[in-house]
Design a binder for this molecule. Structure first.
Ligand code: CTP
Ligand code: CA
Length: 237
């Protein structure tokens, strides 16, 4: 129960978390994807369970959930509980999120969702000679923006923004555009953070534009800091 410090402030709360990178297939063996490994989402699920939450994890983690996170690997832990649903594409993730959203108190969209998908799909594997020389692309619905429009006042909606360079300006724009309560602005072009890393750093921004800086730490520690900010409105490092 590392970093939990006895906190049970999510006891009985229903927490919905998305994790991993979606894959948009053009045939059974080829897809448009991204380097997300799902570690941050798994850490959030673990932290929420340890704080007593009832967690639903919607994930697209190809390696599965047998990870460094025991509560997740076991599916159940004495403090909270978890249900995990595997998806592949953004549309599948969208359906699963929409289904579970109405009964959730806290929703964290930590998945790296595709922005576009191939405009073609073949059920059979295409031979390379029959692959098109250019790939038509179609937009993928923005799940988080959709949830922002559906959100009730008692629900807390948290997004992520993986950015290079200036992380705050684009994250703030996303927080406002998607009607979020919090956004976690995540530098991906620096050591100790980003895709696949075991550690992370971030600036959490709330809907009053207050900023909370989280110094480099493990992803599990960061998950707890995020819940500290969300639950208490402060961050004690
Ligand atoms: N997101 C989503 N559905 C999408 C794309 C993104 O729900 N189709 C969510 C992500 O899970 C993340 C947040 O929106 O919580 C911000 O994702 P990001 O890729 O940074 O923002 P975009 O709006 O896609 O903008 P861009 O890629 O142009 O920076
Ligand atoms: Ca995007």
């Amino acid at each position: 129960l590392l970093h939990t410090q006895g906190k049970r402030d999510l006891a009985g709360k229903r927490v919905l978390i998305s994790a991993g990178g979606t894959r948009e297939h053009l045939d059974p063996v080829r897809f448009i994807g991204n380097p997300s490994t799902g570690k941050m989402g798994l850490a959030l699920a673990q932290a929420a369970i340890n704080r007593g939450a009832i967690v639903t994890l919607i994930h697209s983690i190809p390696a599965g959930l047998s990870s460094d996170f025991p509560a997740i690997a076991n599916g159940r832990e004495e403090r909270g509980s978890m249900k995990a649903i595997t998806v592949v594409s953004a549309e599948e993730m969208r359906q699963a999120m929409l289904l579970n959203f109405p009964l959730s108190d806290l929703i964290v969209m930590s998945a790296a969702v595709a922005d576009v998908k191939p405009g073609i799909y073949s059920n059979e594997k295409l031979a390379k000679r029959s692959l098109p020389s250019t790939l038509p692309l179609e937009p993928v619905p923005d799940i988080l923006a959709e949830l922002g429009n559906l959100k009730h006042p008692h629900q807390t909606l948290i997004g992520f923004a993986a950015q290079t360079g200036d992380i705050v300006t684009p994250a703030l724009e996303k927080l406002q555009r998607k009607k979020l309560d919090f956004i976690v602005a995540n530098p991906i072009d620096q050591p100790d953070s980003g895709f696949g890393s075991d550690r992370n750093k971030a600036i959490v921004i709330d809907n009053k534009e207050r900023q909370f800086e989280i110094e480099p730490c493990s992803k599990l520690q960061m998950a707890h800091y995020i819940f500290d900010i969300v639950q208490n409105g402060t961050l004690v490092l």
